[in-house]
Design a protein around this ligand. Sequence first.
Ligand code: OAD
Length: 250
Amino acid sequence: MASYLQAHIEQIAITLRNASSIAVLTGAGISAESGVPTFREAQSGLWSRFRAEDLATPEAFIRDPKLVWDWYAWRRQRVQAAEPNAGHVALARLQDKAARFRLITQNVDGLHQRAGSGDVIELHGNLLRSKCFDEAIVLADFDESHTPPRCPRCGAHMRPDVVWFGESLPVDALEEAVAAAQSCDVFLSIGTSALVYPAAQLPHAALTNGATVVEINKEATALSPHVQFSIRALAGELMPMVVRAAWPDD
Ligand code: OAD
């Protein structure tokens, strides 16, 4: 391993071990090594192959609910067939070790929870849940033989419980995320292009409040010039090394 990377791992490990409060923001890159596609990468990103306007807005759903439902059903199947990777597992371990810890994710795949993370703040919802399009009530029991299924309470279409373009984030989740970013002393931004707001604001809120911000990403992002550490690495490779370096004994 390049010695500069080793030196950074040591530094980040010390920063984490000494932190009294850690907040982490993850994006699609943390799940990439599980085989879940990201959004904005040139060849493999979903938004390079599909148009968000056709698939990820309320207007698209009203226009063609079956198309939208089927696209999310396809994504759900991919996520269900995937397994959490070493990056997810390292973050679950970090939560066990840290004095105070909040994990904030933009991902809708539930892989953090499957890796053992608790109390995850889901900013963009979860693909594995569905809600009534009209009443926005999350329901687990509905007849899936129709596409899209109908709400058993009111007959409206069911839709995935994710945030679409043009929609607001869940208020509680956003408030908790902002509070975590503003009160932490170390903030990790992992596998996100840091382009989608308000999530992209969180590392800046942490910086404004004096936190050390560490970015881990395959490539440089809009956030990179602003942070104390910007590490080019795969999350599934680097995160286990960092957590092991910080807590080597067990
Ligand atoms: P993006 O696709 O915009 O960015 C993924 C980032 O992960 C890129 O910067 C990659 O360089 C990086 N990356 C890829 N593989 C990696 C790996 N193995 N290790 C580390 N980094 C890696 O995804 P997000 O930033 O999550 O919103 O996108 C934010 C939001 O835009 C998503 O939540 C989604 C999308 O539209 C909604 O669905 C509301």
